[in-house]
Write a protein that binds this ligand. Sequence first.
Ligand SMILES: Cc1cc2nc3c(=O)[nH]c(=O)nc-3n(C[C@H](O)[C@H](O)[C@H](O)COP(=O)(O)OP(=O)(O)OC[C@H]3O[C@@H](n4cnc5c(N)ncnc54)[C@H](O)[C@@H]3O)c2cc1C
Length: 495
Amino acid sequence: MKNKEVIVVGAGLGGLTTALRLVKKGYKVTILEKNTQAGGRLNRIQKDGFTFDTGPSFFSMSYEFKKLAEECNITMPFEFVELDPLYSVHFAGDPRSYHLYKDMKKLAEQFKDIEPDFEAKMATYLQKSGALFHDTIDLVVKNNFDSIFEYIATLMRVNPVHLPVLLRNFWQQVGLHFSSKEVKRIVSLVAFFLGRTPFDTMAIYTLLSYTEFKHDGYYNVKGGMYKIVEGIVAELEKENVKFEYNTEIVNIQSEKIRVKSVIDQHGKEWLADIFVINADAAVFRGTVMKRKKFSTKKLDKMNWTMGYLTIYLGIDCKLPQVNHHNYYLGTNYEEYANNVMKNPDTLDKPYYYVNVLSKHNEECAPAGCESLFFVCPVPTLLQKPNWDDRDKIVDSIIADFSNRIDKNIAPHIVSKTIFTPKEWETMINLHRGSGLGLSHTMFQIGGFRPANFDEKFENTFYVGTSTIPGAGLPMAVISSELVCKRVYAFTEKNN
Ligand SMILES: Cc1cc2nc3c(=O)[nH]c(=O)nc-3n(C[C@H](O)[C@H](O)[C@H](O)COP(=O)(O)OP(=O)(O)OC[C@H]3O[C@@H](n4cnc5c(N)ncnc54)[C@H](O)[C@@H]3O)c2cc1C
């Protein structure tokens, strides 16, 4: 079925990498994107001489990108360099800063006064999370499931030694290994990468600790994260993939068990043999496919990841005291984490993350300036629909940050952009502005997650965050590998 025409709806990383795999196999691909440029959440703002990454700033599991390049027979379309330290953590009222190194000796040095035998404890913890990773990555994470039954049968093949982990949350698992509040809080921070807190993230995701400290680490993508998008788009253009921007799909036309065309906001019909949807797999099924199971009411009842308040600041001074990735935490971690999703008042004293893009990428800010990106986890629009107080919250974050780094940055701000969950919802069609799509709860992962094949139409498939395997850039790349297997199988069957 070579030269079959494929339409990919959405130019997020999942859509772009799917297009790359397919075009290299001889399919003719067109990408329809509602926004004016590719990337989705992995995007870029260029303003007032500064460059800001809009969403992802942590680049991890680099081997998935290398594998993609190898499979597509291209050289890596962007460059990256390992970060050391990986990130830094600062607690309010604690004069120390903790720098997280992959080197275990250097890492242990940070905690020698507060966590006795840290090195041995960390080694045991990482050995356990490494075993979790290796026993599930190929079998469960990188696998297509045709039914819930098949998924459960697969789970039963996972080494039973991991069974007790299913009964715990991330925080409890970390608590089995460490006793100091500082170490427990720092090690469990990675749970926020899945868009929830360590208290409502399953302990199986402690495998992420292995990926950050042992297996791979974090990297600076040279020139900023958007270079990933630029690199892949350039490869796609070489292969004559067509990009149609400002094209939002709002409806479909079907014939029996196939989608015949997708229809954009102007009523234009786009025909193809195969459709791959990179728009959120749950939202698209509800709003465009009009499936009752995904009506707004039903979507509201599902379990969604938190929202993000993101702030992009250009300042006309340097901040040598701030690293590439930094967390600024308060003193009430447990109380904060338990409230952040439901209680908008927790924003009085927000926890936040700061990325200094210009630290290792000077071209991203004018000389003598710094490009700063703040991410603050917040409730979605379901819990906090009104963001009239956003400037007040942003000012309090800027004041807190200034206090922590002992420099008032307010008078130095020359560029400021703010996205609340409202902007995220509008820009990417994220349900209630939820930053990372559907949560990774027991009944929303694997065979329970909205599938990567359509329930009704045999030529329609899904890729990206709210289908399998889940959130994050490496998962988008894996998702494209999984969906392409579906497309190849469909092609084979219909040849
Ligand atoms: C603030 C923030 C920080 C993050 N930090 C990290 C990080 O540090 N590291 C990491 O690995 N991940 C991070 N993530 C997660 C990561 O960004 C996502 O998991 C990943 O980018 C999602 O890719 P995707 O393929 O699902 O597509 P998306 O990026 O969601 O793209 C989907 C595309 O579809 C388009 N679209 C939607 N509906 C339609 C329609 N009807 N018609 C046409 N087009 C449509 C959208 O405009 C968008 O371009 C972060 C996310 C956010 C929001």
